[in-house]
Design a protein. Structure first.
Length: 200
């Protein structure tokens, strides 16, 4: 049978008194609307002032190396041919560039595809060598600018760029002494003078 709590002893009362002295009373005034709490009476804190940081003005890329060379784009075919050393007689070369030498034979590749033009050019040059001709004219045309809309760009004037490569490749390389862009009266940028070596 449970024992009824009796009266507190003197020791219990002394202990309880110590407990109540060490505790803090809860704020019961916060429940009343007319009561002012300590937080409302206190002034709002000001935000701390941040230190001022000075940034020097700059532009993106101002320290980049400005002495870089421009992109090395492939030179045009006319520039490449003009940059070749003169292998033939200089006087004859000067006359040829001014259009004073008449070609002994000519071929017109204008309008042909690469597959058609390559064997025709080979046959023409080898035939000129067999007949001991020195100066021949190869007409390529300037080419039309056409864009098929594909991912790979199409070079402007395909034959004009391809013919010098063929002339500098076997079996024609051993017979060709000089290649030069034709004078205006012989086709200008749309034709080449091909000066052949003497038959041995």
């Amino acid at each position: 049978m449970a024992r009824r709590p009796g009266k507190l002893s003197a020791d219990d009362k002394a202990l309880w008194k110590k407990v109540t002295e060490s505790t803090q009373r809860l704020r019961t005034t916060a429940a009343r609307p007319d009561a002012r709490t300590e937080t409302s009476e206190a002034q709002p804190r000001k935000a701390p002032k941040l230190p001022e940081v000075k940034h020097p003005r700059f532009q993106i890329g101002e320290r980049a190396n400005q002495s870089r060379k421009p992109h090395d784009l492939a030179p045009s075919m006319a520039d490449r041919i003009a940059g070749q050393p003169i292998a033939m007689d200089r006087k004859a070369f000067g006359k040829m560039k001014k259009g004073r030498l008449s070609p002994e034979a000519r071929i017109d590749l204008h309008g042909m595809t690469i597959a058609q033009a390559h064997p025709v050019l080979n046959r023409f040059i080898l035939d000129a060598v067999a007949h001991d001709r020195r100066l021949v004219l190869v007409i390529t045309g300037k080419g039309k600018h056409r864009d098929d809309g594909g991912p790979i760009p199409v070079r402007h004037g395909v034959l004009r760029h391809q013919v010098p490569h063929w002339l500098n490749s076997a079996p024609l390389r051993q017979h060709v002494l000089q290649i030069s862009e034709a004078h205006l009266k012989h086709g200008g940028q749309g034709a080449y003078y091909v000066y052949l070596r003497r038959k041995r």
